[in-house]
Design a binder for this molecule. Sequence first.
Ligand code: NDP
Length: 328
Amino acid sequence: MLAQRPEGVPGDDDFDLVEADVPEPGPREVLVRTRYLSVDPYMRGRMRDEESYAEPWAVGDVLQGGVVGEVAESNHPDFEAGDTVTGNLRWADYAVAAGDDLVRVETGGVSDSAALGVLGMPGRTAYFGVTDVLDPDPGDTVVVSAAAGAVGSVVGQLAKLNGCRVVGIAGSDAKIDFLTDDLGFDAGINYAEADVADALGDAAPDGVDGYFDNVGGPITDAVFEHLNVRASVAVCGQIALYNEEGVPTGPRKLHTLVEKRARVEGFLVGDYAPRFEEATERLVGWVQEGEIAFRETVVDGLENAPDAFVGLFEGENVGKQVVRVESE
Ligand code: NDP
């Protein structure tokens, strides 16, 4: 439960673990036993008492997010006990959902938890962000921030499939090795060690044609300095700012957009709902064919979900962060 509204980076006192009876599913409802739950950066926004695209939680609400689970009991004709499903459910061992809001997990032999990552919302975000918003040409240089995370790791590989030179920005040498050795990125910049603006001179010698922005702040300022004429910027997220209490400071280099006649476009994956099936099918195909690799960071235990969530802001995850919940 959300115990109180966090100030800055959330801490232990902001969450409560409570016990309650397993709920009974009503007509057309399904009782789901949680196996994996997703922690996502956007949840920080729901902890604030502010209007946004995702409704704010009230203090005392049970947190909610992407879940993969097993149907324990079904009053819906499309599901029976034992089915593996995914949906937006409560952070709980068991949760009830309207059957109409659940989707059967179809990962084509890939792990079920991938339905929360590469084959789920983050994978689809990368897919629509690259194909529809950034829309790079072969030979373009594409830069992605939070490159070793759930969205960023797929973005870079999709840009490679489009024939681009891909540069990833992430927070450790181990993450940069993952990008270049395992995912086929052309270059990586560890922003914790290097000056990003300087390092981009070497990593993107022909300038930046496409920037997939997951972080905002000083990293985005540095990338803007290297944009080419008619560059595209897809603004996916601004995680560097989510825990800020004051007025955010970046991006501050907007004059470069004028000089470079660059296009900056924000987007929300939810707007592409009518095309989710297309994205999932293509992502499943790429993963099965070995064109897209993925990694997950797994934390065990529902009680550790808040730590896993906070870890996103400290860069503890490589690939998609999931929480494994093995209740009986
Ligand atoms: P990730 O798996 O990428 O996890 C977050 C990562 O962000 C961390 O691993 C960390 O990596 C990096 N990070 C954290 N704080 C900072 C900081 N201050 N500066 C730079 N990097 C930081 O999360 P997701 O892939 O789920 O999400 C990535 C972004 O995409 C987020 O901004 C999210 O809000 C956004 N998003 C947007 C959607 C949309 O529809 N527009 C949908 C889904 C996600 P590191 O070690 O490299 O710092």
